[in-house]
Structure formats: structure tokens, C-alpha cells
Design a protein around this ligand. Structure first.
Ligand code: 13P
Length: 346
């Protein structure tokens, strides 16, 4: 058992405390730059720093955000006033998280499929991040649906890597967020998404068990079971909620403290509605907390409003706070679409 077991159990519970979720702001420089470029924001280290400061200094964000996942560049940066972001977060009552994978690369011999890298030197990087104040980590695996993929090779190799990462995290005191993302891209049906998610979760939990990962000291970050973006039949909110909870109940041990979804390219409002219905209709069936760990579906309105202009920071922060609040309500099954309109002075 890890010497950090008690601390990790407490951290994992705090990450999914009632009414709260985890903010993903761990875009790599390449991804962050792509989003900046679309809005005409200079793709410089300073602008990335300014944007992350905007997020982390949003007043009262910790009412709905338990912790945030940072990128390696961000965890080493400071506010304009010279306070390290790790300190800014601790002062605001948010737990520091860190993305530790180094990205999804082409999987050899498997056209169109990816394998996530980053295991080399991971033990040492975890030790450094723990020293810097991080208490949880994230690793994202990517599963693509197509014809005839995903292959068993892709599912097994990614599940194996996720479990190796998770075991190393627990050895070093970081709660692992285990993120197997089944991509929304494609014209597949919701039933096909269900089957692929089912196979993926089965493989992931088999590997986690084999590699002695403690289920009560981790968080699962899955994608929802959902129709492919280009599918002509789009499932209803109720279908998504029902099938997502079903696949999770079939695969996720009750000792896992929480499930925190990614948004994966869903619209802001849809990802909130899906989470809300899962909790409102099926919450009583769930042994784990069901919440969010969105990036785009929380950040997008704030990023677009800021657009690189610091005069827009206060209004952008209000937009961020608002989306966090709506998703906090959804994590309790208490969201109502009418709340969308209760914005904020922009
Ligand atoms: P999205 O919510 O934008 O899918 O991002 C979540 C995440 O952390 C992706 O790895």
C-alpha cells in the first residue's frame, strides 16, 4: 500500500465533493495556441500565462471547482504580482492537478489509432510535481470509432499504459485521473458508442486491477455514451444519460470515489444537461459521485469574451464563474435551463 494512501483517499473525496467538479485547463501549448489563433490572440507564453491567471483568479471559483488540471508550463508560472500559480490555487482553496502524459501519437501498425506516451521518466516527474504542490494527475487515452476500429490492440495498449501511469501516480502520492476518451467524431450510432465504451472500460479496469491500482484513490474521467457528431440520428438527453450510467454501472467498482466527465466537443449547454439528467434521474443508482471535469464546455465563453484583451477580464471571469455554477448545479441534479439566462453583467 502506498505511504500516501490516506492523503490520496482524502484528496480524491475532495475532488468530487458535492456540488463541485474539476476544471480542465491543461491544454498543451499546441492546443492552446490553436484555440488562441482562432480568436486572433497572440500565441505567446505571456498570453497563455495571462489567460491562465484570468481563470485561476476568478472570484469565488472554488464554490464549484474543487481543483484544476494544469499543463507543465502553467504549473511553473506565476501571477503578474509574482505569486506562483500553485500558491494562488492553494490560497483560493483549489487542489493543484497536473497533466503528465506527453500526448497521443500514432499507434504503430494500427492506421487511424493513437497511443498515449509519457511513461519514460514518469516516476521522477511525479516526484517533482508532488514537491511543487500537485496532489492529483491526469493521463488521457484516445479511442477512435471508425470502420473497423477500434482494434483490440488500441484498446489493450492504451488500457495498459493508463494502468502503468495510475500505479506510478499512487506510488508517488498523486491521485490519478484515469481518462479513456472515446471520441465523439464520426457517424456512428449511440449503440456503437456504448459497445466501444463498454469494451474500453472493461479493459481499463482489468489492467488497473492487474497492476494493483487502489480504486478508492483514483478518479475516472470518461466520455459520455453519445451519438457520433455526424450520425443522422442524434440521441436524446435522456438516452445519453441512461446509457452512460448503464455502462458505468456495469464496469466501475463502487469503491471508485467519483466519475468526472470530459465534455469532448459537446456544446456547453448539452454537456450540462446530460450531467444534470444523470444525477436527477439516475443518481440514486450510482455508488460514486458523478460530476464534471470539462475544459471547453466551461472555458469557451470566457475565452471568447477575453479574446486576448485584458480590459475584458472581469466580464470573462463572470462568464467562467457562471458556467462553473451551472455545472455545479448539474452535479447535484439541480440545474434548470432557465439558469442559462441568469447571466451576468457583460
Ligand atoms: P474537454 O472537456 O474540452 O473535452 O476537455 C477535457 C479534457 O481534459 C480533455 O483531455
Amino acid at each position: 500500500m502506498s505511504i500516501y494512501a490516506d492523503e490520496m483517499r482524502q484528496t480524491a473525496q475532495a475532488m468530487v465533493a458535492p456540488g463541485k467538479g474539476i476544471l480542465a485547463m491543461d491544454e498543451s501549448n499546441a492546443t492552446c495556441n490553436k484555440r488562441f489563433a482562432k480568436l486572433g490572440i497572440p500565441t505567446t507564453e505571456e498570453r497563455r500565462r495571462a489567460y491562465r491567471e484570468l481563470i485561476l483568479t476568478t472570484p469565488n471559483l472554488s464554490e464549484f471547482i474543487s481543483g484544476a488540471i494544469l499543463y507543465d508550463e502553467t504549473i511553473r508560472q506565476s501571477s503578474q504580482a509574482g505569486v506562483p500559480f500553485t500558491q494562488v490555487m492553494q490560497n483560493a482553496g483549489m487542489i493543484v492537478g497536473i497533466k503528465v502524459d506527453t500526448g497521443a501519437k500514432d499507434l504503430a501498425a494500427c492506421p487511424g489509432e493513437k497511443i498515449t506516451e509519457g511513461l519514460d521518466g514518469l516516476r521522477e516527474r511525479i516526484a517533482e510535481y508532488y514537491q511543487m504542490g500537485a496532489r492529483f494527475a491526469k493521463w488521457r487515452a484516445v479511442i477512435t470509432i471508425g470502420e473497423p476500429i477500434p482494434s483490440p490492440t488500441c484498446i489493450e495498449t492504451n488500457a495498459h499504459a493508463l494502468a502503468r501511469y495510475a500505479a506510478l501516480c499512487q506510488e508517488g502520492g498523486l491521485v490519478p485521473i484515469v481518462e479513456p476518451e472515446v471520441l465523439i467524431d464520426g457517424n456512428h450510432s449511440i449503440e456503437r458508442c456504448y459497445d466501444v465504451t463498454d469494451q474500453t472500460l472493461q479493459a481499463v479496469f482489468t489492467q488497473l486491477r492487474l497492476q494493483k491500482v487502489a480504486f478508492d484513490q483514483m478518479i475516472l474521467k470518461p466520455s459520455m455514451v453519445i451519438s457520433g457528431l455526424e450520425c443522422s440520428v442524434q440521441a436524446t438527453v435522456d438516452q445519453v444519460a441512461e446509457m452512460t450510467i448503464q455502462v458505468l454501472r456495469n464496469n466501475v467498482p463502487a469503491s471508485v470515489p467519483g466519475i468526472a466527465f470530459l465534455s469532448g466537443g459537446q456544446s456547453n449547454q448539452r454537456s450540462t444537461e446530460h450531467l444534470n439528467t444523470m444525477n436527477a434521474k439516475y443518481g440514486a443508482l450510482c455508488p460514486w459521485r458523478v460530476t464534471f471535469s470539462y475544459a471547453r464546455a466551461i472555458q469557451q465563453p470566457a475565452l471568447e469574451h477575453w479574446a486576448g484583451n485584458d480590459a475584458n477580464i472581469p466580464a470573462a471571469q463572470q462568464l467562467l464563474y457562471h458556467r462553473a455554477k451551472l455545472n455545479g448545479a448539474a452535479s447535484l441534479g439541480k440545474y434548470d435551463p432557465a439558469m442559462e439566462k441568469q447571466t451576468v453583467l457583460v
